[in-house]
Design a protein around this ligand. Structure first.
Ligand code: NAD
Length: 295
C-alpha cells in the first residue's frame, strides 16, 4: 500500500483515484470544487482542504488538472513541501514546454517526476484501462509503473521529460486529421450516390482503413457503438480535440515542424466549436463538413 496525494478530481481524476483506492492504496485527494470532493469521498478517498495537506505522509502525488498553468501553479505550491525523493506524476494533457517546466520544479526540490498523460477518456478511467504515455527518467518510470497499473490498460515509457505529452499530442493530431479525412470521404460518397455501408465495407478492408473509420465511424450504421449512432454524444468532446490540436500547433511552432494538416484541423475544430458544438463528440465534425459542402 502506498499513500498517494491526488490533486484534480474532475471527470477523469475522480474515477482514477477510485481505482487506486480499490487497489488498496491510501488516497488523499484535493479539488477546488466541493462536489468533486464529496464524490471522491464516496469512493473512499480521504479529503484534504488544500494541496499541501493532501501531500502529508504521501510517497506519490498525482495531478489531473485542466492545463499547463494549473499544473505549474500546483507544483510551485506543493513541491517545496514534498519529502525528498517523492514521486510526482502529472497525468493532465498539457503543453510540452509546461511539462518540462514541471519536471524542472520537481528536480529543484529533489523529487522524481514523470509526465504521464492518458488516452481512453472517462470510460477508460472508470474501467481502469487507460493508456499512459510516460516521459521521465528510468528511475522515475520504474517507481511510477506499479502506481499507474490499477488505472491502466497499457503503460508506455516514451522517453525523457515531456516525451509523454509529445506522444499524446502527436497521436491526437493524427486522430483529428484522420477523422476529418474520413468525414470528407463519407460526404463525397453521399454526393456520388455511394452508400455509407458500401464505402465502409471497401475502405475498412482497404488502404483507407484507420481507427476513425473502423472504431469511431462518423456515420450511423456500420459501427453500432460509434457516437454517430447516438447523435454524437461524447465520447471524446470536440472541445477536448481542439485543445489537443492547439497544443500540437504550439509545439509545432516552437520546434519548427511543418504541420499544415494539423493547422487546418485545428481551424476546422475551432469553427465547429464556435458554432456551439464543443460538447458534441469530435466525430460530429462530419455535420459541419456537410454544411460546408452545401453552401
Ligand atoms: P475536469 O475539468 O473535469 O477536471 C479538472 C479538475 O481540476 C476540476 O475538477 C478542477 O476543479 C480541478 N482543479 C483545477 N485547478 C485546481 C487546483 N489548483 N487545485 C485542485 N484542483 C484543481 O477535466 P477532466 O476531463 O478530468 O480532464 C483532466 C485532464 O485530463 C485535462 O488535461 C484533459 O485534457 C485530460 N484528458 C481528459 C480526457 C477526457 O475524456 N475527459 C481524456 C484524456 C485526457
Amino acid at each position: 500500500m502506498t499513500t498517494i496525494a491526488f490533486i484534480g478530481l474532475g471527470n477523469m481524476g475522480n474515477p482514477m483515484a477510485a481505482n487506486l483506492v480499490k487497489a488498496g492504496h491510501k488516497v488523499r485527494g484535493f479539488d477546488l470544487v466541493a462536489e468533486n470532493l464529496e464524490k471522491a469521498a464516496e469512493h473512499g478517498v480521504e479529503v484534504a482542504t488544500n494541496g499541501v495537506e493532501a501531500l502529508e505522509g504521501a510517497e506519490v502525488a498525482i495531478t489531473m488538472l485542466p492545463a499547463g498553468r494549473h499544473v505549474l501553479s500546483v507544483y510551485e505550491e506543493i513541491a517545496p513541501k514534498a519529502a525528498e525523493g517523492m514521486l510526482f506524476i502529472d497525468s493532465s494533457t498539457i503543453d510540452v514546454e509546461s511539462a518540462r517546466k514541471a519536471h524542472a520544479i520537481a528536480a529543484e526540490h529533489g523529487l522524481l517526476s514523470i509526465d504521464a498523460p492518458v488516452s481512453g477518456g472517462v470510460g477508460g478511467a472508470e474501467a481502469g484501462t487507460l493508456t499512459f504515455m510516460a516521459g521521465g527518467s528510468d528511475a522515475a518510470f520504474a517507481k511510477a509503473e506499479p502506481i499507474l497499473e490499477p488505472m491502466a490498460g497499457r503503460i508506455v515509457h516514451c522517453g525523457e521529460a515531456g516525451a509523454g505529452q509529445a506522444a499524446k499530442i502527436c497521436n491526437n493530431m493524427i486522430l483529428g486529421i484522420s477523422m476529418i479525412g474520413v468525414g470528407e470521404a463519407f460526404v463525397l460518397a453521399e454526393k456520388l450516390g455511394l452508400s455509407h455501408q458500401a464505402l465502409f465495407d471497401v475502405a475498412s478492408t482497404s488502404s483507407g482503413q484507420c481507427w476513425s473509420l473502423t472504431t469511431y465511424c462518423p456515420v450511423p450504421g456500420p459501427v453500432p457503438a460509434s457516437p454517430a449512432n447516438r447523435d454524437y454524444q461524447p465520447g471524446f468532446a470536440a472541445s477536448l480535440m481542439l485543445k489537443d490540436l492547439r497544443l500540437a500547433q504550439e509545439a509545432a511552432q516552437a520546434s519548427g515542424a511543418a504541420t499544415p494538416l494539423g493547422a487546418e484541423a485545428a481551424q476546422l475544430y475551432a469553427l465547429f466549436e464556435a458554432m456551439g458544438n464543443g460538447g458534441k463528440d469530435f466525430s460530429g465534425i462530419i455535420e459541419f463538413l456537410r454544411g460546408k459542402a452545401g453552401q
